[in-house]
Ligand binder design. Sequence first.
Ligand code: IPE
Ligand code: IPE
Ligand code: MG
Length: 278
Amino acid sequence: MRGNPHPHNFQIHMNESLPESLSHQSEGELLSQLDLELLPRHLAIIMDGNGRWASLRGLPRIAGHREGLAALREALNTAFDLGIPILTIYAFSHENWNRPEDEVSLLMELLGEFLHEEQQTFQEREMRFLPIGRLDALPPLAQSLVHIVAEETHHFTKRVLAVALSYGGRWEIIDAINHLFSDIQSGKIASGPISETLFEQYLTTSELPDPDLLIRTSGEARISNFLLWQIAYTELYFTKTLWPDFRRREVLLALLDYQRRERRFGRISHAVTPQSES
Ligand code: IPE
Ligand code: IPE
Ligand code: MG
């Protein structure tokens, strides 16, 4: 599945920021401006701000996580209905284990609930569930459900939902190095210079292309140890909207913003012709 998703992206955009007026437009109006030929092939999302959403309403943090699950369903439906084939979502980080025990166990329960309720949808949508992260750190029940759904949907190639669980980008890189090292030691891989292509085969996302767009909600402008290797040339979109409020409209706004970008990958702007340079 690897490869440059949209080489034609070079020809289009000049990084104009999204006009203010768009935020007042209806969903239909936003949709009509979207170029369905230029959607990201792989969309990654850091779903952040559930706790603050709940606190603002005087609710316990878990209420925010629950509402976050509803937002996730809406984002998934929107993205897959539009035709984006691959989504990777950050559901639980390696560092999130440091949260209070009751919040962690409720999050694990929610994960179980989500997988249980979506089991049918995975089949209907012909969608592969690809868990990435240190899965052996999950509680036994969550772990077995994760493995069951992954197994049941393994053959689907049309759509992929990768879910980062107990995931850390640095862990992933070190884990890849360790596996590669042990394959070299056992003779499975010939010793010699390591290429990027070989290294990528050891990452949890080895079957996926790099994300084209990464969205982070809640106003934090950081990566928080997500997909460190894979986002080298990903377009980043930060919004102040808290994750439970990140609904269909917000997805469309993020995609419209993405479509205004010029992805140069180190080259010069398509708009800078030799004539205009001189
Ligand atoms: C994101 O929301 C969900 C997880 C990290 C599991 P948070 O729980 O981080 O919400 P805030 O950032 O505290 O508002
Ligand atoms: C990132 O959010 C992890 C997930 C969304 C699962 P955090 O809320 O844990 O990140 P920090 O601590 O603000 O960087
Ligand atoms: Mg947070």
